[in-house]
Design a protein around this ligand. Sequence first.
Ligand code: 13P
Ligand code: SF4
Length: 345
Amino acid sequence: DEDERTERIEAALAELGDDVVILGHNYQRREIVEHADFVGDSYQLSKEAANADADYVIFGGVTFMAESADIITDDDQSVILPSMEASCPMAGMAEALQVDAAWAEITAETDDDIIPITYMNSYADLKAFCAEQGGLVCTSSNAHKAFEYAFEKGDKVLFLPDKHLGENTAHRLDMAEEIVEWDPWDPEGKDASAAAANDIILWDGYCQVHERFRASHIEDLREERPDANVVVHPECRREVVEAADVVGSTSTICETVEDADPGDTWAIGTEIHLAKHLDRWHPEVEVLPLCGDACMDCNAMRQIDPNYLTWVLEELLEGRERNVIEVAPEEKELAQVALDRMLEI
Ligand code: 13P
Ligand code: SF4
């Protein structure tokens, strides 16, 4: 049962001491977050990983986050992901091979310098590709700064893989007129010269959790609860972001509720576990999930089961490192360049 599991996790952590640090993304379940040394958004977790001294960084999150932690930590530190099944579907929507082919087609159509920016939600080989082409990584908290960096260095941006974050960022920078989409799966619809004629080329990827939020959810809520405020993640569709009161990364969503006055009502347009944490952490604020709690569950994040956390910790006590995430050395160096550029902006 949960009490017994908690005791086992605590006993293992007491014995492992400073050898282990647990990082947990805001979307992890309560039973993981409760054991984490640090809970935050993707950007904060990458900074925590960079500063970690522990031999083992146990990552409560998804594969691309653990990969980034492996890239950023020293070679003698190991990053452990309690489940190897925790893969973000959006990251899988832009494979380096596919991007390479699109890059060749689009760059052949223009003499302008295109700078690729990949969202953190991507695999290390794509991060390495972006570094090689003069680009960088961004997260939802610094995408606007990454765009500014890219437009200082070059003429155009190829943004991967999340079209909604790309579109929302272009609006934030008043560049919405410059957008064109590139659908890598559409054999008919790809027009490299049309793509190359625009300043912002958006890869047609998306998050299947955030795409399910609709502007009608906000309209219905405002009708039923005119007093409610709405905060959403920038992976949501443009019309949802436009209808919300606040938009931002998972840490911005946390701060918004933290800063609310007692008695305020906030509806949360992001993964359901964060809405549940905020409800527990801030009993003085009324926290509502924007769309009930049935459909906004991230399958990838959910793979990190507390039983697996117990297992990887107890295996470490026996001297066995399980589920170590290791980025291939040839990708590591370049991907690090793309991440470092982000950490510097
Ligand atoms: P944050 O960087 O805002 O934590 O978002 C990560 C993520 O996967 C959102 O779906
Ligand atoms: Fe990926 Fe969406 Fe899950 Fe975030 S919420 S990890 S983008 S599938």
